[in-house]
Design a protein around this ligand. Structure first.
Ligand SMILES: CC(C)(COP(=O)(O)OP(=O)(O)OC[C@H]1O[C@@H](n2cnc3c(N)ncnc32)[C@H](O)[C@@H]1OP(=O)(O)O)[C@@H](O)C(=O)NCCC(=O)NCCS
Length: 370
């Protein structure tokens, strides 16, 4: 049975960066204008009052300081509060495919491969920008790759669930050289007028090259584990039925919503248990692992998960945080942590990549440096 090895990784972030303070300034300006415009309706209870946001709350509650976004101008305009990008014709490369190619460049360079060497392309992300043709097929085309392509959506766990599929494809001999990309444009589904969630997400794309074992150096996938448990606590209702749903205002597309407190509590326990089981399956104590590249949604949540697992306070070396600069980039988060914190591994050292999020969905991959 062939072994899958991650031989390259890459990261692309858009140029625009928004700090908590800049984000809060624009929301608070919007709230002021809104309260002045609708004070009669708000007093009569026919329109909701909106609350201002606070940069100190954001950093304390989440650990987030900055985020990369595809369009800062539109988000920070209090009269718009939404990114804006020019529409592209079908003959132009689409936005997610473009992000994917940027992220693939360093990943392929590290693996010393060309696009034409690739036999399988997987685009794994929480949202795809269109129904069809599949994003992965367009990426395959621009890459100059042959073989097959596949889109995979499993919210924040799209990358780890993608790795499970990839591991099986390589072990069965169905594929030999695979690329996976995670183009996440999370700013497109955020309600920037809602202080509960306006700070949560950022945009980014990650990439990985995974090859069947041929004495390559990289990170060997020892095993993957995925689990799901249905929950309504994180939802994004956006979809192709919106247009025909009676009672839905077509001018107001649905946004990301979550019950943050419930998610925090329920997912922390599920993730800690999941990681413990994955270690146990390999007769490993969690403390024997050099690193945990965890999903990046909340700094305290990651601390809590690892404290449960390690039975001691984790340090930044064991579980690097990247969400301070990137915010929550959905499926890309744990891959950013891996990509930016992997060069100090010696052969034989192990780490666990793990994501958790909507679904609920929890996925992990046990990796060993080779
Ligand atoms: C989202 C999250 C950061 C919010 O932190 P929290 O401590 O749970 O905060 P809450 O939403 O309970 O809000 C606490 C208080 O701050 C207020 N608040 C919320 N947003 C605020 C803001 N931007 N500025 C100031 N105050 C704010 C709330 O209204 C609430 O006020 P109240 O106590 O008077 O009711 C946190 O719940 C979280 O990260 N959860 C996990 C999310 C996750 O993992 N999701 C999976 C991936 S998508």
């Amino acid at each position: 049975m062939a072994t899958a090895i991650i031989t390259g990784s890459g990261l692309y972030t858009p140029k625009d960066i928004i700090s908590n303070q800049a984000l809060v300034n624009s929301l608070n300006q919007f709230v002021e204008q809104y309260q002045a415009k609708y004070h009669t309706e708000i007093a009569a209870g026919t329109m909701p009052a909106l609350e201002p946001s606070d940069p100190d709350f954001i950093e304390k509650a989440s650990g987030i300081k900055n985020r990369y976004v595809i369009d800062k101008k539109g988000i920070l305009d209090p009269n718009r509060l939404c990114p804006q990008i020019p529409q592209r014709s079908p003959d132009e490369i689409s936005v997610q495919a473009e992000m994917a190619l940027h992220a693939l460049e360093p990943a392929l360079a590290e693996a010393q491969l060309k696009g034409s060497d690739i036999d399988t392309v997987i685009c794994a992300a929480s949202v795809m920008q269109r129904g069809y043709p599949s994003m992965s097929v367009e990426i395959q085309h621009h890459l100059g790759a042959k073989g097959s392509a596949l889109d995979l959506q499993m919210a924040c766990s799209s990358a780890t669930f993608g790795l499970q599929v990839i591991n099986s494809l390589i072990q069965s001999g169905a594929a030999k050289k695979i690329v996976m990309v995670n183009p996440e444009i999370c700013s497109a589904h955020l309600d920037y007028s809602n202080r509960d969630s306006h700070f949560i997400f950022g945009d980014a794309c990650t990439a990985m090259v995974i090859e069947a074992h041929e004495n390559q150096s990289g990170f060997r996938i020892l095993s993957t584990q995925c689990q799901t448990q249905y929950s309504n606590n994180i939802r994004n209702e956006f979809g192709f039925l919106n247009r025909i749903e009676a009672g839905r205002d077509p001018k107001h597309p649905p946004f990301f919503t979550q019950q943050g407190r419930k998610v925090f509590k329920e997912v922390s326990s599920l993730a800690a248990e999941h990681l413990a089981n994955h270690c146990q399956q390999h007769q490993l104590l969690p403390a024997q692992l050099k690193r945990f590249w965890l999903h990046q949604a909340n700094a305290t949540m990651n601390q809590l998960i690892l404290k449960k697992l390690l039975e001691t306070e984790p340090n930044a070396y064991q579980a690097p945080l990247v969400l301070d600069n990137y915010a929550n980039t959905s499926s890309a988060g744990c891959v950013i942590a891996f990509h930016t914190h992997k060069t100090d591994f010696e052969a034989g050292e192990k780490g666990l990549l793990c994501s958790f999020g909507a679904g609920y969905s929890i996925g992990s991959a046990l990796l060993e440096k080779c």
